[in-house]
Design a protein around this ligand. Structure first.
Ligand code: SF4
Length: 378
């Protein structure tokens, strides 16, 4: 962001900057923290694939492969799961709101001393109304997206001379959409307030959103708050948290978790640089334990298999959350008594045979003896 006279920012930065204006005012030369590269890469690849699919009016494996290659995505099954889920949401619920959709539409405008830019993932016009869709591939607690989509709504109305905007923030993982309707006046008032807030260069507001802040490495407010948070948690025992303090305590817990996550990531990197096992002074070793899971990839094939196994109504799958536990419950609910486990095994076998089970690997840190007991001399 520039100085106060020429504030310039992008809509995608507004959630963090609205939560903490100081995040936009890093002193010159302050080292920046790169945040969550693999999640950002996955999100970029998803946006490319779904934009292509919306334009071509179909999602297919080639589209996903091309996006994975462009962004160097390692977790191809996870990308496929996101893409097919997003496509299903578009195809079954969203597309009817977006006549002649355009994708990745770059917009820019200036008002209230703020130059705002950003691109709408999907944009249409109908009934003198802007229709804006923003895809989210993170999780619900990644921050409040409202300032961002309101920014898109303002840009769309300003750019195309429209009086109203309807927005959809689609959380692909959770398969839900937040919808909003804004008049021009409401959007313009909201932008004025945002511009006023963003000028407060010294307004630090540490919280869970610090996870996304490039200043998090050296931010004095975050350091101070973390120290106080750790001290505060040291005094907490079961019944001491009062209901009226729950919000604040939740923020404290999230901040400390954030610090722990970073420390854990550092330890994992250290262990990985030692080939996956690091000898400790205690004689034990710190190791990386890999665990593999096989989530259901949402594709037309997997939807057909699940529909056949758990419901006669073909529209049923359009309403089903495609997590493994949700599908398992649906299949077992539909199976006769005494055959529920067998029905689920059969469904899994059919999904595997059709190539509809992905593979994701997670790593956790474990402390173990340097040598397995079986190899030790007795
Ligand atoms: S680290 Fe947190 S408190 Fe510090 S500037 Fe960033 S968002 Fe604000």
């Amino acid at each position: 962001m520039d100085d106060a006279a020429t504030l310039t920012t992008r809509c995608s930065s507004l959630p963090l900057q609205h939560a903490c204006p100081a995040s936009a005012h890093a002193p010159p030369g302050e080292p920046r923290l790169k945040t969550n590269d693999s999640a950002a890469t996955l999100g970029s690849a998803f946006h490319r694939a779904i934009a292509s699919a919306v334009l071509a009016d179909r999602m297919d494996a080639d589209t996903i492969d091309e996006a994975a290659a462009v962004y160097g995505v390692d977790d191809r099954p996870e990308l496929a799961r996101l893409c097919w889920t997003g496509w299903r949401l578009w195809d079954t619920s969203l597309r009817r709101w977006f006549p002649e959709p355009r994708v990745e539409v770059e917009m820019r405008g200036t008002a209230h001393g703020l130059t705002l830019s950003g691109h709408a993932d999907v944009l249409s016009q109908a009934d003198r109304e802007a229709r804006v869709l923003d895809w989210k591939t993170g999780w619900a607690d990644d921050g409040d997206p409202a300032p961002q989509v309101r920014g898109y709504a303002w840009l769309a109305m300003a750019g195309y001379g429209l009086v109203r905007a309807r927005t959809w923030t689609v959380r692909v993982r959770e398969q839900v959409a937040d919808c909003d309707v804004l008049t021009w006046r409401q959007a313009d008032d909201a932008l004025r307030l945002v511009a006023e807030r963003l000028r407060q260069a010294d307004a630090y507001n540490p919280g869970p959103h610090c996870r996304w802040c490039p200043r998090a490495l050296h931010c004095p407010a975050l350091r101070q708050t973390l120290a106080l948070s750790v001290e505060m948690l040291g005094y907490v025992v079961d019944e001491v948290v009062l209901p009226e303090e729950a919000d604040k305590m939740l923020d404290v817990v999230r901040l400390v978790e954030l610090a722990c996550e970073r420390a854990r990531a550092g330890l994992k990197a250290l262990v990985a640089s030692h080939g996956g096992a690091l000898p400790l002074k205690s004689g034990r070793e710190l190791a990386l334990d890999r665990q593999t899971q096989h989530p259901i990839v949402v594709t037309p094939d997997s939807m057909a298999i699940v529909a056949a196994e758990c419901a006669s109504d073909p529209d049923y799958c359009a309403t089903l959350r495609f997590t493994k536990s949700a599908v398992e419950k649906a299949v077992k609910d539909n199976a006769p008594h005494g055959q529920k486990a067998a029905a689920w095994r059969q469904t899994l076998a059919r999904l595997e045979e059709a190539g509809c089970l992905g593979e994701t690997t997670t790593e956790r840190l474990v402390v173990r003896r340097a040598l397995p007991l079986i190899n030790q001399e007795t």
